[in-house]
Write a protein that binds this ligand. Structure first.
Ligand SMILES: NC(=O)c1ccc[n+]([C@@H]2O[C@H](COP(=O)([O-])OP(=O)(O)OC[C@H]3O[C@@H](n4cnc5c(N)ncnc54)[C@H](OP(=O)(O)O)[C@@H]3O)[C@@H](O)[C@H]2O)c1
Length: 331
């Protein structure tokens, strides 16, 4: 029996993505074999394909940062999950496939009651926004924040969780995507045509409490200019090259020596560890099941249209999340 997966043999544009067939095998001792139901395409999938990251997996590789699926077989040592369980995985690579083999101890149980397309956005995008808001920044109601990249997958998660937390939110977004910021009570600023530093300094003369930056370190100077004394910039954008990684590390170190008491803190999902992931995912699944969060799904596309999905995301055509789905019989 065979299954299909995406393969990148050569870095480059979306046309470098191939769908190939592979033989199913028995899972190893600690592994679960998962039939994938939904997997998003995110900016990090694009970055590793293009080669815009300092530390890259060698080609050939299968992209795909996260997925939700059903366990269809387990290895002899597995006790954490059983056949038929619905689970989620944060994989970094490998999820753009009909079948994933993954360490069963790292899987998160997913309630059967939630829609896998909505739920899969919690595994990376909402986790990042939730952990930055509640574990790094530890926001409280009425804090004033600026979200850089507010219309994207992580950005819209910030908008929904920020609204729930009672924050006063400003967000940078191009004009065609600003409706989504208005929907969650955020004040949109078009970073392409407006000077956000000037606008924020007028609107909030005492400065704001937090900036959440999913773009590059070129935002640091302007973010610091709008923060209040003691305010915090949380940076989570992935560096695009080794040179920019070194620049980022230097700026993070220097940023914390500022006499203003303003802080720059870096966030990456590897920072907080699997136990906190599981705790925070459980909170997010509860919020989803209770209807308190409703992920913005711009589009779902069948797995066979992975090239088109990558094109849409790479060309900035997506507001919110883009998710690949699999037909019931996985033809
Ligand atoms: N550290 C981590 O663990 C982690 C995890 C997940 C994601 N990330 C990072 O988070 C970032 C966002 O990821 P994503 O998947 O949410 O991407 P996405 O869905 O493509 O969203 C990015 C958004 O940024 C906006 N944008 C593009 N260029 C901009 C600029 N120069 N200034 C301000 N906004 C700009 C785009 O909308 P407009 O059309 O409005 O410009 C787009 O909606 C990426 O850098 C990714 O690497 C980090």
């Amino acid at each position: 029996m065979k299954y299909k997966k995406v393969l990148v043999r050569q870095r480059g544009g979306p046309e470098k993505l191939e769908i190939v067939e592979q033989e199913l095998r028995a899972p190893l001792g600690n592994e679960a074999q998962i039939r994938v139901l939904a997997t998003p395409v995110c900016q990090d999938d694009v970055a590793v394909r293009v080669g815009n990251r300092p530390f890259l997996k060698k080609t050939p590789f299968t992209p795909g940062y996260t997925c939700i699926g059903t366990v269809e077989a387990v290895g002899a040592e597995v006790t954490a999950v059983a056949v038929g369980d619905r689970v989620a995985a944060l994989t970094n690579y490998d999820s753009h496939a009909e079948v994933l083999y993954w360490d069963a101890a790292e899987l998160m149980p997913v309630p059967e009651t939630v829609d896998p397309v909505a739920a899969v956005t919690l595994i990376l995008n909402y986790l990042v926004a939730y952990q930055i808001l509640h574990r790094v920044a530890q926001v409280k109601a009425n804090d004033k924040v600026l979200i850089v990249g507010a219309s994207g997958g992580v950005g819209t998660a910030f908008l929904q969780l920020g609204q729930l937390a009672g924050l006063k939110m400003y967000g940078l977004a191009s004009s065609s995507k600003q409706h989504i910021l208005n929907q969650y009570g955020a004040i949109p600023i078009d970073y392409r045509t407006q000077d956000f530093v000037q606008l924020l300094q007028q609107a909030e003369p005492d400065g704001i409490d937090f900036v959440f930056n999913g773009m590059g370190e070129e935002y640091f100077g302007r973010a610091l200019a709008v923060l209040r004394r003691g305010g915090m910039l949380v940076h989570y954008g992935g560096p695009q090259s080794f040179g920019r990684f070194l620049l980022l590390v230097g700026k993070l170190l220097l940023g914390n020596l500022l006499p203003t008491g303003k802080k720059i803190v870096g966030y990456g999902t590897h920072r907080l560890g699997t136990d906190l992931f599981k705790k925070d995912w459980a909170t997010l699944f509860d919020l989803l099941a209770a209807g308190k969060i409703k992920p913005v799904i711009a589009k779902t596309l069948p797995f066979s249209e992975v090239i088109e999905a990558n094109r849409l995301l790479e060309n900035g055509r997506i507001t919110g999340n883009l998710v690949l789905t699999f037909s019931e019989n996985h033809e």
